[in-house]
Design a protein around this ligand. Structure first.
Ligand SMILES: *Cc1c(COP(=O)(O)O)cnc(C)c1O
Length: 406
């Protein structure tokens, strides 16, 4: 079959899922616009600021806006949060104290958090006397028996959930499952902080973890919530008591969220949040299309095409290292930036294995833009995500299919 016929057939079969993605985008777009109106966002909020940034109206408005969109009491949104890993690190150091235990109930946290949690002599949580325990998922769901057992330890002060799959062969956790787990944990009498790594999950569904029982949620602005426009940054949203403590960590306990300037101005952060619901829907549809087409060619992909996705990633299992690398290279070749570059695996900071990453993106490493990456290890799985426009996903898919069919 010709590649364009295969793509057209899959698009037809995905019509209902595409319609649902558009409906979710409309609900989220409405939520974002309601928050813009409520906070009376105006041109003056985009102005550059310098130095301490005392009374920085743009910064304060951006935080208030994120808090409202995420149904949270407060937020920290900043270009001084350098990445998702940094946002998660600052937030964990903010909510945990010596003698506390961090309990993950979704298995191993994301690769770049391993050293943050358990590193030796590098300023990790462990170095500061904070313990770590975990319960794995069971058949893709929370393991309630293990959670109840874990919470018998009274030093547990943070229950940690990773919404997206990370580098694992599992579906992202739905908001329904997260709400159920949060209620279960509370039902056991837990009074500490329910904490969600929200990376890749924002705006994929019509509610966010902070609307479903989480006390804190954290993400990167070069993923979903930056709409492909934010040049850098991260966000942390949640209960006021936690956000205040985390602000003391991000800056200093004496000044918290009262300081912080940005000499380039805040327009792209506001505009990025405005665009995010639409852009996320483009990426969701792109991921569905590539999944459907590759399954027709006999590849196994995840999440299952039977359900609506709960994050913007798609994992694809390849038979050989060469096939995997060929796929990642095809994504790079279909990119608007650095399309002529031939990719090779490298030792990316924070990861255990070598990683190969296609990121021909306008913002360096922005994985809300069409991108794909893979740790070089068996089984050979590529993680594909993002796409600012559905059309770009479709264009890239055409090139990928041509390569694979050859
Ligand atoms: C990307 C990601 C992170 C880390 O974010 P960076 O911006 O790459 O540091 C953490 N958790 C999850 C689930 C992610 O997808």
């Amino acid at each position: 079959m010709k590649t364009d016929e295969l793509i057209a057939r899959c698009e037809g079969e995905l019509a209902d899922k595409f319609r649902l993605a558009d409906e979710i985008a409309f609900i989220n777009q409405s939520k974002v616009l309601d928050a813009f109106r409520k906070n009376k966002i105006a041109l003056r909020h985009f102005a550059p600021t310098t130095g301490y940034g005392y009374g920085d109206e743009g910064r304060d408005a951006l935080c208030a806006l994120f808090a409202d969109v995420f149904g949270a009491e407060a937020a920290l949104v900043s270009a001084n949060i350098l990445s998702g890993t940094h946002a998660l690190t600052v937030a964990l150091f903010g909510v945990l104290k010596a003698g506390d235990t961090l309990l993950s109930i979704s298995g191993d946290p994301y690769d770049t958090l391993q050293e943050v949690i358990s590193g030796k002599g590098n300023g990790s949580l462990a170095d500061y006397g904070i313990r770590f325990k975990k319960c794995g998922l069971k058949d893709g769901a929370f393991d309630k028996e293990a959670i109840a057992q874990g919470l018998k330890d009274e030093s547990v002060r943070v229950v940690f959930i990773q919404r997206s799959r990370g580098y694992e062969w599992r579906d992202a956790l739905s908001e329904e499952k997260i709400a159920d787990a949060a209620a279960f944990v509370r039902g056991l009498g837990f009074t500490g902080c329910i904490f969600v790594d929200n990376c890749y999950g924002e705006f994929v569904e019509s509610t966010e973890p902070t609307q479903n029982g989480a006390d804190v949620a954290v993400g990167s602005l070069i993923k979903n919530a930056g709409g492909g426009i934010a040049p850098t940054g991260g966000y942390i949203v949640g209960k006021r008591q936690y956000i205040d403590r985390i602000a003391g960590r991000l800056t200093a306990p004496s000044v918290g969220a009262e300081v912080g300037s940005y000499a380039f101005g805040y327009q792209y952060f506001f505009e990025g949040l405005f665009l995010a619901p639409h852009v996320v829907a483009q990426a969701v549809k792109g991921g569905l299309l590539i999944g459907a087409c590759l399954e027709k060619l006999g590849f196994t992909t995840s999440p299952s095409l039977a359900a609506q996705p709960y994050d913007i990633t798609r994992a694809i299992r390849f038979g050989t290292k060469e096939e995997l690398i060929g796929f990642i290279q095809a994504v790079q070749e279909a990119s608007p930036v650095d399309s002529y570059v031939t990719l090779e695996p490298w030792d990316m900071p924070g990861y255990q294995e070598q990683v190969i990453m296609a990121a021909g993106t306008f913002v360096q490493g922005a994985s809300i833009e069409l991108s794909a990456d893979a740790p070089i290890k068996e089984p050979y799985i590529a993680y594909f995500q993002g796409g600012l426009t559905y059309e770009h996903c479709k264009y890239a898919l055409g090139r990928i299919l041509q390569k694979l069919i050859k």
